[in-house]
Design a protein around this ligand. Structure first.
Ligand code: AMP
Length: 453
């Protein structure tokens, strides 16, 4: 099957599903969709190597909807809406986004879906669950809470999907996963998606997949060809100034990665003081705050989102042009995940890493993993406060009221800390360029099926 000739219509999907795909603006299936959809429809177990950004969500959601179509029912009786498909994700953000995709692709199909995740009052989810849903998207811990409180039965699950399985293991979900697997019928279809294939992942696959077909788009641990990668060598002390200057020069939306929640909060606040509409997203923020920050970012009110690896996992943001590694991750796989936030679905992106001398060893690990040297470029010169003050627009401070963290007294330990004097406190005009709505095209460069069966 070649990418040129395959269309969604040729994949034997129902007209109602095809209509929803068209409404999404997708013209042809991505390589992972082209490979996975027929196999899932055949009922095969899958082990799929695909990074976020390859279209993997639709790769499992579209055939899933197709398979459940015969069970679609308009009956109000909960008994007519048992959970038939269970999608497990490592984070709340990913769970929300996957369920949004299920809703979008299943818009014209009378199947019910629901997302449940921790960090919010369980009682708000229970009535929805009790009404019955065919497709349940969940984080493992909260799903088990619901099982314990008997608000959900998993005895009729036909299809199980583990999304971002590698991250689930990294986050210590293996015991929860094992408990969940024991609650499911033995006879079922299993699909596992993972960006990387560690030995642990292979062991997990051995445990729960039956004679799986392996499909892989873009080498695991490979980085997308659509992303231009570069490094700036800067001292740890200069990083903030260089970052602020880079953000000003690029004048586009960016995700900035830090290693810790503390640095994320602190950096977002420093950038706000530089006049950059920044916000932080990390595990200590409430679910509501994280959703607000993400929405503000998607609307362009926030131009720079400072994120930790875990919080950024699963963020689905169209056409993000720039990812900045403020701190180099110690686990090289995280670098692959981070820069996978840009250059998605065929768009072009840039990934810049600020590398201090202490971080050289982590850079080496990354280069070993991705099997290439990342070119170094000259870092932009951080402006001194006096230089910035002359160019600032006094009447145009960036509104901080739009960023949730700026308008509240938070538990952020840096919130009331005295300002560090390495930068100007004067707001600088920074007119954000909103996220460009690029035409959605097949990410041709992500193609290249490596192995099948
Ligand atoms: P995912 O890898 O599932 O996170 O998807 C990454 C992005 O690709 C999402 O913004 C999807 O809306 C988009 N996408 C998925 N399938 C296609 C397609 N066939 N053509 C264009 N864009 C797509």
């Amino acid at each position: 099957m070649s990418t040129e000739t395959t269309t969604f219509a040729s994949l034997n999907l129902d007209a109602q599903i095809l209509r929803a795909i068209e409404e999404q603006g997708y013209t042809k299936p991505t390589p992972i969709q082209e490979q996975a959809i027929p196999l899932v429809l055949e009922g095969r177990d899958l082990m799929a190597g695909a990074q976020t950004g390859t279209g993997k969500t639709a790769a499992f959601t579209l055939p899933l909807l197709q398979k459940l179509l015969p069970h679609a029912s308009t009956s109000a009786s909960p008994a007519r809406h048992p959970v038939r498909a269970l999608i497990l994700t490592p984070t709340r953000e990913l769970a929300i986004q996957v369920e949004e995709s299920v809703k979008a692709y299943g818009k014209h199909v009378p199947l019910r879906s629901l997302v449940v995740f921790g960090g919010v009052d369980i009682r708000t989810q229970t009535p929805h669950l009790m009404r019955g849903v065919e497709i349940l998207v969940a984080t493992p811990g909260r799903l088990l809470d619901h099982v314990e409180s008997r608000s959900v039965q998993l005895g009729q699950v036909q299809i199980l999907i583990l999304d971002e399985a590698d991250r689930m293991l990294d986050m210590g979900f293996l015991p929860d996963l094992k408990r969940i697997l024991n609650l499911l019928p033995k006879q079922r279809q299993n699909l596992m998606f993972s960006a990387t294939f560690s030995d642990d992942i292979k062991r997990l696959a051995d445990d729960f997949l039956t004679n799986p077909t392996l499909i892989e788009v873009a080498r695991s641990n490979a980085t997308s060809e659509n992303v231009t990668q570069k490094i700036y060598r800067v001292s740890a002390g200069d990083k903030h100034g260089v970052l602020a200057e880079l953000l000003r020069q690029e004048n586009s939306q960016a995700i900035v990665f830090t290693k810790t929640k503390l640095t994320a909060s602190r950096l977002a606040r420093l950038l706000q003081r530089d006049g950059i509409a920044a916000d932080a997203i990390h595990g200590d923020k409430s679910q509501q705050e994280r959703i607000q920050a993400l929405d503000a970012f998607k609307q362009g009110k926030v131009t720079t989102l400072v994120a930790t690896d875990v919080a950024a996992r699963g963020l689905d943001i169209d056409s993000l042009p720039l990812v900045i590694n403020y701190e180099i991750p110690h686990a090289p796989e995280d670098y692959v995940h981070r820069i996978g936030r840009t250059g998605r679905a065929g768009a072009l992106g840039v990934a810049v890493s600020l590398v201090s001398p202490e971080e050289e060893k982590y850079l080496k690990e990354i280069e070993k993993l991705i099997k290439r040297e990342i070119p170094e470029e000259q870092a932009p010169r951080a402006q001194r406060s006096s230089e910035r003050r002359t160019e600032r627009a006094p009447s145009a401070p960036v509104s901080r009221a739009t960023t949730p963290s700026a308008s509240r007294k938070s538990s952020d330990p840096w919130f009331d800390k005295p300002y560090e004097p390495d930068n100007s406190t004067a707001p600088v005009r920074h007119t954000p360029r909103p996220l460009s709505k690029q035409k959605r095209e097949i990410p041709a460069l992500l193609g290249g099926l490596l192995r099948k069966d």
